[in-house]
Write a protein that binds this ligand. Structure first.
Ligand code: FAD
Length: 435
């Protein structure tokens, strides 16, 4: 438990070491809090969740995983709208005003744009959040109840709970070697050694722990997300919107509306986009092109230059990898347990992984406790079974669709072909769920 010095290194000892303080690792830390186990949580970042590389949508069932009230729930979402062959488009205030004046008796924009999924648009934020595709309807609108969360607030709260109940959190500590029960890490330039009975790899899509377990992810989407503060408060937008366009190869663009901020982003299949090399410059230019009409720096809305221009410092543009090679074959290897993205639990089509990350942490916590209570590491093998029971069916279907997307994307030559292809491979359409 105490730190001592062994051959000149800082030496720590604990029952469970959790590598990574993202949703999976922080949730695991909080689920194991107060159980009497001695736990260390490390993260290579110096500040929790900075930057946040995420669009921050979680399904409604998310809150049910916790037995405490979650901080950081920002907006309630009801629907998912899918647009195909239509770019996100923000009507300018002038356009909206002229649309209003052509129909002066009506203040409600849903009367003017009946198919755009708007109930009413009274504030600038609402107008910005609703990329009105002229009078075109989304190709699909389905119920998708959930939340836009403020990840940073939420995860910081989990870690505070963990620390308050006696857990040890080491920021700026990057694990670089695992051997048996020992993990070596660099903490602010100094080598530390942590000895743990159980090592939980919650270290995300490019996981050191997964590498040791022999099941690294091999296929990624490259995600880019711009988070900016909404210009004013107002009735929130309740729909997430996704946009499929041929140039967003193997992926899609999104507009996920929070109350305080909005996430704009896109994910591209790295295999299709640039032969597995990440090219942030190319992706950024595509991002700017796709969102030009949403984010253009116009004077007419009185928001000021700095709020809207994605190139300026006041907005947060972050990039990250999304693992899409499916569920890990080996999420438990000796004393190593993988959770979240490290275990390949991100959905290979939607790229959503927060819910599964936290669910997997719940499952892992249960068997880690059993192992610590005397059953030993064999108890951990149950984790693989439960992961398969919970996640494998939906992730295997998504993986098959991902393969279809990767191999078929470039063969869609006409808009009609492209639309049929998206309908067959995207979760919002019946065809996706047919065998
Ligand atoms: C642009 C983008 C948008 C997304 N949008 C959504 C969305 O709207 N909804 C959704 O459900 N999912 C979304 N995802 C996916 C989601 O972010 C992940 O599935 C989720 O974060 C997985 O959580 P995790 O804890 O497993 O991994 P991560 O969130 O990646 O956390 C891993 C942590 O481990 C740390 N770490 C890594 N290596 C080491 C090391 N060697 N030593 C110490 N620490 C280490 C990292 O610093 C990080 O804090 C998105 C992903 C991207 C990139």
């Amino acid at each position: 438990m105490t730190n001592n010095t062994e051959s000149g290194n800082n030496y720590y000892k604990c029952d469970v070491l959790i590598i990574g303080a993202g949703p999976a690792g922080a949730a695991l830390a909080v689920f194991l809090s107060g159980t009497g186990l001695d736990i260390i949580l490390i993260d290579k970042k110096s500040h929790i969740e900075e930057p946040v590389r995420c669009a921050e949508y979680v399904p409604a069932a998310f809150t049910g995983i916790f037995d405490f009230k979650l901080k950081g729930i920002d907006n309630e979402i009801e629907k998912l709208q899918t647009f195909i062959n239509i770019k996100p488009y923000r009507a300018s205030i002038k356009e909206l005003n002229s649309a209003r004046s052509t129909n002066c008796s009506k203040n409600n924009l849903s009367d003017i744009y009946p198919d755009a999924g708007l109930s009413s648009c009274r504030t600038k934020t609402e107008m910005l959040l609703n990329p009105l595709p002229g009078n075109l309807a989304p190709a699909s609108e389905i119920r998708a109840p959930g939340y836009i969360i403020e990840r940073k607030t939420m995860i910081r709260d989990w870690i505070a709970r963990f620390v308050n109940s006696g857990g040890r959190y080491l920021p700026s500590a990057k694990a670089f070697k695992i051997s048996g029960s020992q993990v070596k890490a660099l903490k602010e330039g100094e080598k530390i050694i942590i000895k743990a009975q159980i090592i939980a790899g919650a270290d995300g899509p490019v996981s050191l722990a997964a590498k040791y377990a022999g099941c690294s992810c091999t296929h990624f989407l490259a995600g880019l997300n711009l988070k900016y503060k909404n210009p004013d408060a107002g009735p929130a937008c309740r729909s997430t919107k996704v946009f499929f366009l041929p140039e967003i190869k193997g992926g899609y663009a999104w507009v996920f509306p929070g109350q305080k901020f909005t996430n704009y982003g896109l994910g591209l299949d790295l295999g299709l986009f640039c032969r597995n090399k990440k090219k942030p410059g190319v992706q950024k230019r595509l991002f700017e092109k796709i969102f030009k009409n949403v984010l253009k720096n116009t004077e007419d809305n009185n928001l000021g230059k700095n709020n809207l221009n994605p190139m300026c410092g006041r907005t947060k543009l972050s990039s990250g990898l999304i693992p899409v090679s499916g569920i890990a074959t080996n999420p438990v290897y000796k004393n190593i347990v993988l959770v979240g993205d490290a275990a390949g639990l991100c959905n290979p089509v939607t790229g959503a992984g927060i819910y599964n990350a936290v669910c997997s942490a719940r499952i892992a916590a249960k068997y880690i406790l059993e192992a610590a209570a005397g059953k030993g590491t064999p108890a951990l093998q149950q984790i693989r079974k439960e992961y398969n029971d919970y996640f494998k069916g939906s992730l295997d279907r998504a993986l098959a669709k991902r393969k279809e997307i990767s191999s078929g994307w470039k063969s869609q030559k006409t808009p009609a072909q492209f639309e049929r292809f998206v309908r067959a491979t995207w979760v919002a359409f019946r065809q996706y769920w047919q065998i």
